[in-house]
Design a protein. Structure first.
Lengths: 439, 208
């Protein structure tokens, strides 16, 4: 009894400590001494998730500090950099410092990242990517944009295998500083010549005119090629040169578009794969086709790999005039589209695993069943249920005890048709042994 | 006379012998420990001095490398400026001289200070020329070079501070006991700081 209670206390303490250190990390990733960021709780969560992913995928620890006094921002940034207890195992740390009193911003780069985030590059993303948001007083959005740009560059670097080997976390002053221009509206932020839409223009023509406006960094919100709602949307939406360049860059890889037209609505739909080619929506107003970016902004989202998916709630609310173009698609729980047949073909078993781990064994992610296709074999033949925790797969010499999530998925995928599949799960605190013949 | 007349005390020397042996061993042990401790302090003190000395050299090399970095950027700046205006080549000659001098091996902090000052002066002259050409100033190439030069300046500043910290740590070690004795024995003397030039706050005369 004593041993049990001691063990129980130990587990609780471990969980608490784990939670506390997690909280400590949460608290220190953004230190807003100048109180200028003012994230909502949802925004703060999204930002944290994004940066957790940056650390997990690239081992880059991105921190933000705001401060108010008059210490030189370059010296302050370097001093604070060396106080950071970085979570990066390879010395890859980036510190963004904002001082509203001096109206300065600086990005300090560790030695391990210097060849990737050069001074010129950092200056460019500060000025073209982040500052437009700062000028519109959208500090949190500007910082989020900076994280995205850091991630973009890291993705490219990883693909080219160009990261430096691990080194001590140190900075010798690499990075760049610029005027923050907080709240200083840019007169030219919404400038650009008019682009007219004519009744002869097809949706394809309108899209080409739109791409042309991106090429010349036309930020005029009142372009005739936009719907009225879109014009209103762009009055307050911050558009940067980098946003426009990125949209063009992604669009340039998109091939084989299909146009769907019904009455006064049209959709340009690219093949579902690659998932970086999001659809474009068009609406006829005053007899001419116009781009409906407003509805796109309400319904389409992108994950950290820039794969598009629908916000299913908003889709139901805003997308109904365009649904005719999406009738051949199904969606998973996160709104990622699949062709109807493709989804059916792909689901050999029809289940999804999500990860869990035993405290103290965070590196081994195990599987619990989070979703089952109601017509799928995992539910009906094998007998899995939601919330089952997988404790073993296979039998005899192929048995794997305490399999990781990857072990489970690989086992279910690779067991050849005709062979028996065995899965042991904990359900309602009882061990159950399930089996079925793979097809 | 019987044997009894020759009474003499028979001392039990065994007890006293073991006491003497124990005392001898302890004293020898203590001497040995003290000797080993002195050797250990001397070795670890020397090693610490050497590693701090190396840290100063490393920091010096960082300053040198960053001065070189800045000096390497300036010819590009001259090129960009020359595409807008036919400017004298004297500045380019100065830059070439700085690069050559910076490449020399000797670790002379005064020379490095002088080089840095010349570099600053040359950079200011170039910027002063660029001031007269708004198109040049707004060009992407110029902006990129500007950010790189500012970056190099910041690095020189930071590595200068890191050098001074390394020198401070090393010099402190050459003063405290017992490493001061080890330092003088090993010929390791105080290093000079990289001082900010008193001229830097004065207006520099620009010969354009």
């Amino acid at each position: 009894m004593k041993k049990d209670s001691l063990l129980y206390t130990l587990i609780v303490l471990l969980l608490l400590l784990g939670g506390c250190s997690e909280q400590k990390r949460e608290q220190t990733r953004v230190v807003d001494s100048a109180n200028i960021i003012q994230n909502s709780e949802t925004e703060a969560k999204a930002y944290k998730a994004f940066n957790d992913a940056l650390l997990k995928d690239f081992d880059i620890d991105f921190r933000v500090i705001t401060y108010k006094d008059y210490e030189d921002i370059n010296l302050f940034a370097n001093k604070e950099f060396h106080k950071i207890e970085t979570q990066s195992k390879s010395g890859k740390t980036i510190l963004l410092v904002i001082n509203p009193e001096q109206d300065k911003v600086r990005l300090e780069i560790s030695m391990a990242l210097e060849p990737i985030y050069t001074d010129a590059f950092v200056s460019y993303i500060e000025n073209k990517g982040m500052l437009p948001y700062f000028r519109d007083n959208k500090i949190a959005d500007g910082i989020y944009m900076m994280s995205e740009l850091i991630r973009d560059k890291a993705t490219e670097t990883k693909a080219n295998n160009a990261f430096m080997p691990s080194m001590q976390n140190k900075s010798i002053g690499a990075g760049a500083k610029t005027d923050a221009k907080l709240g200083q509206k840019d007169e030219n932020a919404k400038s650009g010549s008019e682009i007219l839409s004519s009744v002869e223009d097809t949706p394809r023509d309108i899209l080409e005119k739109y791409f042309q406006s991106l090429r010349v960094h036309n930020k005029n919100p009142n372009l005739d090629i936009f719907t009225k709602d879109t014009q209103k949307f762009f009055q307050t939406w911050t558009v940067t040169d980098i946003n426009q360049n990125n949209e063009l860059r992604f669009a340039s890889h998109c091939q084989n578009p299909k146009y769907y037209i019904e009455n006064n609505y049209a959709v340009l739909l690219y093949p579902i794969k690659p998932r970086t080619c999001s659809p474009y929506l068009f609406k006829k107003e005053n007899g001419a086709w116009r781009l409906d970016i407003y509805t796109m902004s309400k319904t389409i989202r992108f994950n950290k790999e820039m794969m598009w998916h629908f916000d299913m709630e908003k889709k139901a609310q805003y997308l109904s005039p365009y649904e005719f173009a999406f009738s051949g698609l199904n969606y998973d729980t996160n709104g990622f589209p699949f062709y109807k047949k493709e989804k059916e073909k792909k689901l050999r078993w029809g289940f999804t695993c999500r990860g869990w781990y035993i405290p103290g064994e965070k590196e081994k992610i195990r599987c619990w069943i989070s979703w089952l296709d109601k017509n799928g074999r995992a539910r009906n033949d094998l007998g899995l249920r939601e919330y089952d925790r997988v404790m073993a797969v296979g039998y005899a010499e192929k048995r794997i005890d305490n399999p990781s999530l990857d072990d489970m998925m690989q086992y279910m995928k690779e067991t050849p048709a005709g062979e028996r599949v065995v899965v042991e799960v904990i359900r309602d605190q009882q061990l159950k042994r399930l089996n079925a013949i793979a097809k | 006379m019987s044997d009894n007349e020759f009474n003499y005390d028979v001392y039990d020397d065994k007890k006293n012998d073991s006491f003497t042996i124990s005392a001898n061993i302890i004293i020898k042990l203590i001497i040995g420990i003290v000797f080993i401790a002195i050797i250990w302090v001397a070795i670890s003190g020397y090693n610490k001095l050497v590693s701090y000395d190396e840290a100063v050299d490393e920091a010096y090399a960082q300053i040198q490398s960053n001065i070189q970095r800045k000096a390497d950027l300036l010819p590009n700046l001259v090129k960009v400026i020359n595409s807008y205006t036919k400017h004298e080549s004297q500045l380019l000659e100065n830059i070439t001289k700085i690069r050559a001098q910076n490449n020399q091996e000797s670790k002379n902090i005064h020379k490095l200070l002088q080089l840095n000052k010349t570099l600053k002066l040359t950079t200011l002259k170039l910027f002063a020329v660029a001031e007269n050409y708004p198109n040049l100033k707004s060009s992407q190439q110029y902006q990129q070079l500007l950010s790189q030069i500012e970056g190099a300046d910041n690095r020189i500043n930071i590595t200068r501070m890191q050098y001074n910290t390394a020198v401070k740590n090393f010099n402190a070690l050459t003063k405290v006991f017992p490493t001061n004795l080890i330092a003088s024995f090993a010929g390791l003397t105080k290093r000079k700081y990289f001082q900010a030039d008193s001229d830097t706050n004065k207006l520099l005369q620009l010969n354009l």
